[in-house]
Write a protein that binds this ligand. Structure first.
Ligand code: ASP
Length: 329
């Protein structure tokens, strides 16, 4: 009975997704239309292309979405010339590179680390929090101590170029994150595996020159990432404070549950961000927020505040970088 009900639910969802996608592409000049396939992985920004390749290695061999997203986001984490993810990321205003990451699987197991220093792969520490502790989130020194106890290596070398830029920045200390350039950015990745299960991962060094101790949306389940294996998954990038304010990724997933396509759900979440910016009398031009989403049928979509956000999609037809539609044109 249950499995029949699940089947009916999934089929209805798939049919609705296809129909709405057709209507949407007639109604507006959508840059993307997706009709649903599995396995599939999608991830934020251009560095998502390389990350997707690593995730696809796993998915293509019938691997689990959870293993795929961890392997995928480890690529930019491990790239020391990447200035917005991992230890190559720009430091906070006190010169510390502090990392935020979280992971979520198809059973709603979750793990997260925030303000973690000296560890190359925070996503794997987040996974260890998920799998080896009774908790869901560890921060700061506690997260570091846990990582070391699990055999992760402490990295003390700093990235010279990043430190040099920070010292330059200190001369004015003007904190004004610029939209769409790499003084911030996050890799958020969500995948649907061949067995039809969803997982997601999200990792960042956060906003460059943030206050020491600042935590963004990326390690917060419901804000930077959310997965519901019955419905879909979503992840976010951009100004974390605005994403947290609307519990962004959870909102996107709930909108998909109510029948929105992934793109429509992302758009509605972005419109919520815009509305709150207006209510709070803030200048929309100062922020970027982008969401990507994937539903249980493998239909994907994205939407953002400012143009310039792109995301990478890998399925059996290959890997490609797509432009997200945006609220501001
Ligand atoms: N969301 C990240 C943060 O607020 C940064 C970004 O994706 O641009 O830390």
């Amino acid at each position: 009975m249950d499995s029949r009900r699940d089947f009916l639910k999934t089929s209805a969802l798939a049919a609705a997704a296809v129909i709405t996608n057709v209507n949407e592409s007639k109604a507006s000049s959508l840059k993307v239309s997706s009709t649903g396939t599995k396995p599939i992985v999608i991830s934020t920004w251009k560095f998502g292309m390389q990350a997707n390749e690593a995730a696809w290695e796993v998915l293509n061999k019938n691997g689990k979405a959870l293993d795929a997203v961890e392997a995928g986001v480890k690529v930019p984490e491990g790239n020391m010339s990447e200035r917005s993810v991992g230890l190559g990321g720009r430091p906070d205003r006190d010169g510390h590179v502090t990392l935020d990451a979280c992971i979520m699987d198809e059973f709603s197991n979750i793990g997260s680390v925030a303000c973690l220093e000296h560890i190359k792969h925070p996503i794997s520490v987040a996974r260890a929090v998920m799998e080896k502790t009774p908790h869901v989130m560890l921060v700061g020194d506690g997260a570091l101590q846990f990582a070391l106890s699990q055999g992760f290596q402490k990295v003390t070398e700093v990235v010279e170029e990043s430190q040099r830029e920070w010292k330059e920045w200190l001369k004015t200390s003007n904190y004004k994150p610029i939209v769409n350039i790499e003084n911030h950015d996050t890799i958020g990745m969500i995948a649907l595996d061949a067995n039809g299960n969803l997982s997601g991962a999200c990792t960042t060094s956060g906003m460059a020159y943030k206050m020491h101790g600042r935590v963004g949306d990326s390690p917060i389940i419901g804000a930077g990432l959310y997965v519901d294996n019955e419905v879909g998954a979503a992840t976010a990038t951009g100004h974390g404070e605005e994403v947290i304010r609307i519990a962004g990724s959870h909102l996107v997933v709930e909108l998909m549950r109510q029948g929105r396509t992934p793109e429509a759900a992302c758009r509605e979440a972005v419109e919520r961000v815009v509305k709150l910016m207006k209510i709070r009398n803030k200048n929309l031009k100062d922020i970027q927020v982008g969401f990507i989403a994937l539903n249980k049928s493998g239909v994907y979509g994205a939407y953002c505040v400012q143009s310039g956000f792109n995301y990478a999609v890998h399925d059996s037809s290959g890997n490609r970088l797509l432009d997200s539609d945006s609220y501001m044109k």
